[in-house]
Write a protein that binds this ligand. Structure first.
Ligand code: HEM
Ligand SMILES: CC(C)=CCC/C(C)=C/CC/C(C)=C/COP(=O)(O)OP(=O)(O)O
Length: 303
């Protein structure tokens, strides 16, 4: 009797520890970011259409994009573990600075995820999709994380290209080439990224300054950052209209994109007027809703 209680307690303890390890590896991948990243790749595959009749290939490409993003985020956290341990936002939440995962384990996870991703993209999506996935991974880690992030205020503008790449990968997996429609999907995300991140960077200005990261608000201040955000919104909204025509989307998309865009303008105007953290945080939060809703609208069949 006694030994079975001890065994049960030990088994529960082991299961708990394993659960905590799995959660730590999940956090290494930044899952909520990956969900939106994967949605953009999924929409590109649906718009392209070839893989709709091949569910296994469709799922393989989607999993490949998720794993590539997970590898990218894990490598980003591996290289950024020094600044992540300085910033309050990441010090206790991120698995490496909080000690839940060792840098060596994070590196191992990244390499396994990257190899699995490229293999899946090759088998399910073909060579161009695999090459684009590998290139995006390399660009995000080498160009953004290792080079630009700690050197220039243009870090996220250029680095944003990585986050905008999944639609290129999804489209290439079906079509075997990249055309105007995925290029427009790429540009919409590319122009959205500075709005998304600079709003957050206004909230985290002191933390980035303390970590020595030259994010735009740290170098030019909130007002000038707000002007740049407005410029990118002014470029983004016409791009969403151009995409609608380029992809042959229906009236529901145009109506929805207009409403979403007007709310975005209102959030930027509120930030310009109030110039406080609350308005910046509201704009950052809405930026994710905006992109998710915009891409979901693209899935609505043309009436
Ligand atoms: C260079 C480009 C980007 C930068 C610098 C950036 C930066 C960030 C940062 C710092 C956060 C807060 C994350 C945290 O505190 O753990 C965040 C959150 C988020 N990002 Fe981005 N991001 C970029 C591109 C993207 C892209 C391309 C997407 C999706 C298509 C995306 C989707 C999200 C989502 C959904 C969240 C909220 C996650 C949560 O609530 O935990 N981001 N981003
Ligand atoms: C297919 C493929 C490889 C896709 C990659 C897409 C991807 C992982 C985009 C994420 C962009 C992002 C959240 C950057 C934040 O890095 P950060 O270091 O500025 O954020 P942090 O300060 O929160 O660490």
């Amino acid at each position: 009797m006694g030994s079975s209680i001890v065994e049960t307690v030990a088994a529960v303890g082991l299961a708990t520890r394993m659960g905590e390890r799995c959660k730590a590896y999940l956090l290494l991948a930044k899952p909520r970011i990956l969900l939106l990243v994967a949605l953009t790749g999924l929409v590109a595959m649906v718009l392209e259409g070839s893989l709709l009749g091949a569910p296994w290939r469709f799922s393989g490409v989607l999993l490949g994009i998720l794993l590539a993003g997970a590898a990218a985020n894990a490598l980003n956290q591996y290289w950024d573990r020094d600044i992540d341990s300085v910033m309050a936002r990441t010090r206790n939440k991120r698995p490496i600075p909080s000690g839940k995962i060792s840098p060596r384990e994070a590196l191992g996870f990244s390499l396994v995820a990257a190899l699995a991703a490229i293999w899946l993209l090759q088998v399910a999506g073909g060579s161009l999709a695999a090459l684009l996935g590998l290139g995006t991974l390399g660009f995000y880690v080498l160009i953004y994380t290792l080079w630009l992030k700690r050197r220039t205020t243009l870090n996220i503008v250029v680095g944003g290209a990585a986050g905008a790449a999944p639609p290129l990968i999804g489209w290439a997996a079906g079509a075997g080439e990249v055309g105007w429609v995925p290029a427009l999907l790429f540009l919409v995300i590319f122009l959205w990224t500075p709005v998304h991140f600079w709003a957050l960077a206004i909230c985290l200005k002191e933390e980035y300054a303390q970590a020595g990261v030259p994010m735009l608000p740290v170098v030019v201040g909130e007002r000038a950052t707000c002007v740049r955000i407005a410029i990118y919104v002014a470029l983004l909204l016409p791009m969403t209209v151009w995409l609608g025509f380029g992809a042959g989307l229906g009236a529901v998309y145009f109506f929805g994109a207009t409403v979403l865009g007007l709310i975005l303008v209102a959030k930027v105007a509120a930030l310009w007027r109030r110039k406080d953290r609350q308005a910046a945080w509201a704009l950052f939060g809405y930026s994710n809703v905006y992109l998710a809703a915009l891409f979901l609208l693209m899935l609505i069949p043309r009436g």
